[in-house]
Design a protein. Structure first.
Length: 267
């Protein structure tokens, strides 16, 4: 039986962020240099992002950067419920409270509480108008925050600099481990100063790895999507926030076990 292959990768000295006190402050400083001078520059945000392997770390970076942007913040809370089909068949409405549903976080699902400011970059989590190029992964910058609608302009996609109105919509988590079907009504967006590696579409100036990458070949994926290595900076640290120079790249050999020349499985 094949075993997983874990390789220890030493990062070149010129790519490493070193001599810092707070790792998040450090990776933000090198990735978003001159941030305050470029708050209305669409190209500045479109070409930059901090990549990290976990949603938790990404949220920490996004919340920190949102707090740096001048202006008042606006909070938008979701409406969470268990889908009627689940209620009828299993009676889950009596088992799980609204407070419990509010704590659920899943890839592709907006946060229970969105804290936003005018000027911050966001990313769509759902297709809202494919004919106009407003698809999952499209990045925008907020221009106005209303009570029931968010006004923004596109940063990438087929129609850059286009005004877009975003409304709340019903969404379901993609996590199949949940024993019930949940519904969250919220704006289908997430802050995109930072994003997980798998959501990157070529944007990256900072790679923040507070823990080793654990997903198959994810380090390679992060680096291969770069437009240029010239501006890349990588910050690594251990559980004590101590600077380190190496990280791991994991390859699951089972992925290749049934592959052979020509793409056909072994007989």
């Amino acid at each position: 039986m094949a075993h997983d292959c874990i390789a220890e990768i030493e990062i070149p000295h010129d790519l490493l962020v070193q001599n810092y006190t707070d790792p998040i402050v450090a990776i933000v400083s090198v990735t978003y240099a001159d941030l305050m001078e470029n708050l209305t520059n669409n190209d500045y945000f479109n070409d930059k992002a901090i990549l990290s392997p976990t949603i938790k770390v990404v949220n920490q970076v996004n919340e920190f950067m949102c707090s740096m942007i001048p202006g008042d913040s606006v909070e938008y809370f979701s409406s969470d419920s268990i889908c009627k089909s689940s209620q009828d068949s299993d009676g889950f409405e009596n088992l799980h409270t609204i407070e419990f549903l509010n704590t659920i976080s899943s890839s592709g699902l907006p946060m229970r509480k969105l804290t936003l400011k005018v000027g911050v970059p966001i990313m769509l989590l759902r297709n809202i108008d494919q004919a106009s190029g407003l698809c999952k992964g499209t990045r925008l910058r907020i221009t106005h925050l209303g009570k029931s609608v968010i006004e923004s302009i596109t940063l990438n996609g087929s129609n850059p600099s286009e005004k877009v109105l975003i409304h709340r919509m019903d969404m379901n988590p993609s996590d199949s481990r949940l024993p019930f079907q949940m519904n969250r009504r919220q704006f289908p967006i997430v802050l995109s100063f930072a994003m997980t590696i798998n959501k990157s579409q070529g944007q990256c100036v900072g790679l923040y790895l507070p823990k080793p990458i654990f997903t198959h070949d994810q380090l390679y994926v992060a680096l291969s999507r770069l437009k240029s290595m010239d501006v890349l900076k990588i910050l690594l640290h251990d559980n004590m926030d101590k600077h380190v120079k190496t990280t791991t790249n994991v390859v699951y050999r089972e992925v290749f076990r049934n592959l052979s020349v020509g793409g056909r499985g072994e007989e």
